[in-house]
Each structure stands twice: as C-alpha cells, then as structure tokens.
Design a protein around this ligand. Structure first.
Ligand code: NDP
Length: 446
C-alpha cells in the first residue's frame, strides 16, 4: 500500500462518488504512475495525473423512442470526451442495461492510455446508453439508434470525436447511427468506425480486437521462446471479441475449449473448430440466441450461471465484460496450469486477481495493451476514410500485427523488472501515459 496512492484516491473518490469501476481503473493506473511521476517531477508540477482523471467534457442526454407497440420509451445517452491531447476523441459506444456514468468514465479513462499505446493520433472517449438491444426488433433498434444519434450528432465529427462499437453495438447499430448522422449533417464522412465495407468500413475491423488479443498473447509467449501452437485456451464471451479470438487462435494452431454469455458457459474439450465457430457466429450475430444452444447442438457440457475459468487450459482470453474474473477464478486458472492471460475485454480481472497474476509471475497482458487492436484498426479506418482509399486485407492485417508488436515492446521497455519479469500493467500504464503527458505539457494548462 502506497500512502501517496491512497491520498490521491481519496480525492478521486470524494469528487466522483458512487463510481466504483472508475475508482478501480484510476487506482490501477495511479499505482504504476505515482512512483514514476515522483521520479519525473515535471509531470507532478503540471498536475498531469489529476488532469487526466478529469474528463474534458461529459455529455448526458435523454433518448426517447417509440417501441413496436407504439409506446414511448426513454433511455439515457452519454458521451465522455476524456482527453484530446494527441488527437480527436476516439472510443466505442456501449448499449447495455448496466451502462452508467461511472462505467463509461472508467472505459474512457482506459481508452486514453490505450489509444496512446497504438502510436496513432487518437485521443480518448467512450459513450453509450442503458438501452438493451436484446429482445428488441430491428425496427426498435433502428428507432433507438436514430434518436440517440439525433442528439449525439451535435457533439461529434470526423475531426472532433469518432465513436465506434462496443458491447451491444455492432455493424447493425453503427449502420443505423451512420445513416442518421449523414441525414442530419448532409455529409458523408468517417464520423464512426466499424462501418460496413461498402460504405467506408475497413477490412479486418470486425476481427481486429480478437485478432489483436491473440497476437499479443503470441508476442508474450514468443518473448519467452514459446508460441500459441498446441495451446489450449479458455475464452469467455461469445460476441465480437470472443468470436475472432477463437478464429485467430485456431489459425495459429491453438484450441479454444470454452465460450460463454451472460447466462452460462460451454466446455467443449474437442475444441471449437472453424465449422463450430461459423455456427456460433450465425447463432449470435443473426439469430441472436443463447450459447446454451451450442451444448445441445454439439453434445458438450453447459454450466448455467457459471464462468469458464475452472477448466484445464494454458491460456485465458477474458472477452466478455469488466470484473468477470475474480480471485477464486484466477486461483483456479493458475492451479490448472494457465500461464498466460490476454484480456480482450476491458478490465475483466478484479484487482486481487491481477495481484495474483503478478505475484505468480505469469504472463499477463492487461486490456489496455492486449485489446488495443480494435481501436488501432479503427484508427486505420479513419486514415483510409481521409485518403478515400481502401487498403487490402493483407495490408491492414500487417499493420495490425506491427502495432501489436510495438505495443508489446513498449510494455517490455517500461515494465521490465530487475529480475527480467515483465510487468505489463506497469509497462502499459507508463508507456501510454508519457506521450499524452508530454503533449499536455506542450499545450499548456488546458
Ligand atoms: P459483444 O456485445 O459483441 O459481446 C459481449 C459478450 O459478453 C456477449 O457474449 C455477452 O453475453 C457477454 N456479456 C456482456 N455483458 C456481460 C455480463 N455483465 N456478464 C457476463 N457476460 C456478459 O461485445 P464485444 O465482444 O464487442 O465486447 C466484449 C468486451 O471487449 C467488452 O469488455 C468491450 O469493452 C471489450 N472491447 C471491445 C472492442 C471491440 O472492438 N468490440 C474493443 C476493445 C475492447 P450476452 O449476449 O448474454 O449479453
């Protein structure tokens, strides 16, 4: 326990009450940064840490829409414009009933450092709504998206703030929001990323977060003379990130044996091969069904209400949501031989689970490094939109791989301890911070 961290956190908590996820994210970063800032007092004098924990702007708005029964429904919309020191605000939109200000502030805060790590010129932001797309018709989702964008369109733009997808926001929602923005502003610009291929999207964007998390795991293993070939992996979630994690892992010779959703998890020791994955994609992206159906279809075990961390595996890819892996899950993973954690989701591990990873000296890639591939390819989508020139699949994938390699190297540069163990948490926090902090200092007290 560092009393300087406690003092700093006491102020954060007093200023941002009832936002536990935001406190958790800031605390983790402060633990790495406060000792670093003490050694580099220019950042202390300029109060950079205090400044980056305060959003530049928070927008909160009413989203009224009409359901299929003709009734009015009201949701709440948010956009957190966290930091624009190194580029326009950039970060996803989340549609999920649990969305609140504290969760979006935690995500926006993480996004600032993550975007900096990608080396691309992107500031950090995040937004969304407590709207639940589950169980809604396509028309209801469209009316909601149109109402949400009617307000959001006043605040964003291709050089100001460029949202993307996150939980509950995939290609369908991005399409409805893009259409409404274009209609209101009468301009065809790259104001959102994750667009369809025929209207400004980038190849590899849907795949990027999952592929990136797998590339990052492979980098960590390769730095230790190993690789993903032959490795067994536990994957959580069954949405965008989980699906493409399984795809790339299988391509690289690994075997994914689990998937989950908010109701339970499946364990398929034979492995989720390409054919089974295609079935999952149809189930989740088109029929929008439950992962339980996988167990019935392929004859494997289903654990109602359980997470997938209690199986034998070498690598774990948490790819669902925050705090989905706690201390007892981490103990089970490590006792079962798991040596690598690469986080596709944002802040999926609780602080005590992270402490255990670090004290057990396993390879632990935190979300802001391991899942940065998604926003990196969003950045490449912005570049292609500005050039009005699409890149090939190979070109985007090659750039993604280079970016993930560079992020890994930055973590090694800033996180290697005297005994040679790489603390990727420290590496990612300091590596992401320096560029943003230097830009803020150059731009004065703004
Ligand atoms: P999706 O909506 O496509 O999938 C989310 C998955 O997680 C679903 O299987 C969902 O199950 C499950 N899930 C959501 N909430 C919970 C919960 N409270 N408890 C248990 N399971 C839950 O989202 P993504 O795959 O895009 O996002 C997954 C994670 O990756 C998030 O943490 C997101 O912030 C992060 N991320 C995503 C990026 C992207 O490019 N999409 C980029 C970087 C990070 P169910 O269907 O039952 O709700």
């Amino acid at each position: 326990m560092d009393p300087r961290v406690d003092q700093f956190m006491a102020k954060i908590k007093a200023k941002n009450p009832a936002e536990p996820e935001f406190h958790q994210a800031v605390h983790e970063v402060a633990e790495s940064l406060i000792p670093f800032i003490e050694e580099n007092p220019k950042y202390k004098h300029a109060k950079i840490l205090e400044r980056i924990a305060e959003p530049e702007r928070v927008i909160l708005f009413r989203v009224p829409w009409i359901n299929d029964k003709g009734e009015v429904e009201i949701n709440r919309g948010f956009r957190i414009e966290m930091n624009s020191a190194i580029g326009p605000y950039k970060g996803g939109l989340r549609f999920h009933p649990t969305v609140n200000l504290g969760i979006l502030k935690f995500l926006a805060f993480e996004q600032v450092l993550k975007n900096s790590l990608t080396t691309l010129p992107m500031g950090g932001g995040k937004g969304g709504s407590d709207f639940d797309p589950k169980g809604k018709s396509d028309n209801e989702v469209m009316r909601f998206c149109q109402s949400f964008m009617t307000e959001l369109s006043r605040h964003i733009g291709p050089n100001t703030d460029i949202p993307a997808g996150d939980i509950g926001v995939g290609g369908r929602e991005i399409g409805f929001m893009f259409g409404q923005y274009k209609r209101i502003r009468n301009e065809f610009t790259g104001v959102l990323t994750g667009k369809g291929l025929g209207w400004g999207g980038s190849l590899i964007r849907p795949e990027a977060t999952g592929y990136g998390a797998v590339y990052f795991a492979n980098e960590m293993l390769m730095a230790n003379g190993d690789s993903l070939k032959g490795k067994i992996a536990a994957v959580s979630g069954s949405g965008n990130v989980a699906q493409y994690t399984v795809e790339k892992l299988t391509e690289l010779g690994g075997k994914a044996v689990t998937l989950s959703d908010s109701q339970g998890s499946i364990y398929d020791p034979d492995g989720i091969d390409a054919e089974k994955l295609a079935w999952v994609m149809e189930l989740k992206n088109i029929r929008r069904g439950r992962i339980k159906e996988y167990a019935a279809k392929f004859g494997c075990e289903y654990f109602e209400g359980k997470r997938p961390w209690h199986v034998k595996c070498d690598v774990a890819f948490p790819s669902a949501t925050e705090n989905e892996l706690n201390l007892s899950d981490a103990e089970a993973l490590i006792n079962n031989g798991c040596k690598v954690i690469s986080e596709g989701a944002n802040m999926p591990s609780t602080p005590d689970a992270i402490e255990l990873y670090l004290s057990s000296k396993i390879l632990y890639g935190p979300g802001k490094a391991a899942n940065a591939g998604g926003v990196a390819v969003s950045g490449l989508e912005m570049t292609q939109n500005s050039m009005r020139l699409p890149w090939s699949r190979e070109e985007v994938d090659a750039r993604l791989q280079t970016i993930m390699k560079n992020i890994h190297q930055t973590c090694v540069d800033f996180g290697t301890e005297s005994g040679g163990y790489v603390d990727y948490v420290k590496g990612a926090n300091i590596g992401g911070f320096v560029k943003v902090a230097d830009a803020m200092m150059a731009q004065g007290a703004v």
